[in-house]
Design a protein around this ligand. Structure first.
Ligand code: SAM
Length: 249
């Protein structure tokens, strides 16, 4: 069954969906009819099974009967921010979609010295709105309860303003020097929230990493192979899922 987000709190067993985007997609594009069932997630991250009862095409709205579900949440047990240096349009979109599927809570893009892309201030809002839409669709598709927030920082130094409880920088030079234990050690401490910064294709400038280290970002290696800029955050998120979501029975 498909899942959709609604912006309101669902607090009774009937709920009217009035936002035109959901109406357009569910009724017009997918042609759902009275009696069809979907899942809804409300603004408290509660999940409901919803059966369509009435369609009001004049007002582009529809009424559903709701039943709260007790299914376990699909969210990672800690808040995870991935902060990625800017890359080309298709790459930032790819990162947003896949990082959402893998459970990131927040996705931040930032400018850095060796980034090949830079966003002018007049395009930031439009780009973020497109990425936020991609995150919403990916969150619906992967049955998440949370839509990751996508944001942009004009300077790498601004990362210090959005720090999590534990902050890392995935550094290719650490990996080249054989650093293989700091990420595993950090995760063994079960941080309540974690942020990891990733460089662009050209990597981090040494002074950028020095700045981050001076502000309590720990440099970590992600294994012996150097990954592409968009692969490294997916590796990181997969490691978190392995560590906190999978188990041997
Ligand atoms: N140009 C760099 C070089 O030749 O060494 C490689 C940069 S890599 C393509 C892009 C980013 O991915 C890096 O800045 C880092 O954040 C991350 N990364 C990739 N592989 C990594 C690894 N094995 N350990 C830590 N970080 C890694």
């Amino acid at each position: 069954m498909e899942q959709y987000f609604v912006k309101e709190k669902i607090d009774s067993d009937e709920f009217k969906i009035t936002d035109t985007e959901n109406y357009q997609h569910i009724i017009k594009v997918l042609r759902h009819k009275i009696g069809d069932k979907i899942f809804l997630v409300d603004n408290t991250q509660s999940l409901f099974a919803a059966t369509i009862k009435e369609v009001d095409s004049d007002n582009k709205a529809f009424l559903v009967e709701t039943k709260k579900q007790t299914l376990k949440t699909t969210e990672l047990p800690l808040n995870v921010t991935i902060a990625c240096s800017l890359s080309k349009k298709d790459k930032v979109e790819w990162i947003t979609q896949k990082a959402t599927e893998l459970g990131a809570t927040r996705i931040v893009f930032f400018n850095s010295k060796y980034a090949i892309m830079h966003w002018k201030s007049n395009v930031v809002e439009k780009k973020l709105s497109r990425l936020q839409e991609i995150a919403k669709n990916a969150a619906q598709q992967s049955k998440r309860r949370v839509i990751p927030e996508v944001s942009y920082l004009n300077k790498l130094t601004d990362l210090v303003d959005i720090k999590a409880a534990t902050n890392l920088v995935a550094y290719e030079e650490s990996a080249k020097q054989g650093e293989i234990s700091l990420l595993a050690q950090t995760l063994n401490e079960n941080p309540e929230s974690i942020l990891c910064a990733f460089g662009p294709e050209g990597g981090f400038a040494p002074d950028e990493v020095e700045f981050l280290n001076d502000h309590d970002f720990l440099s970590v290696g992600l294994g012996p192979r150097i990954m592409r800029a968009e692969t490294a955050p997916m590796y990181f998120l997969s490691v978190l899922s392995y560590k906190y979501e999978l188990t041997v029975k």
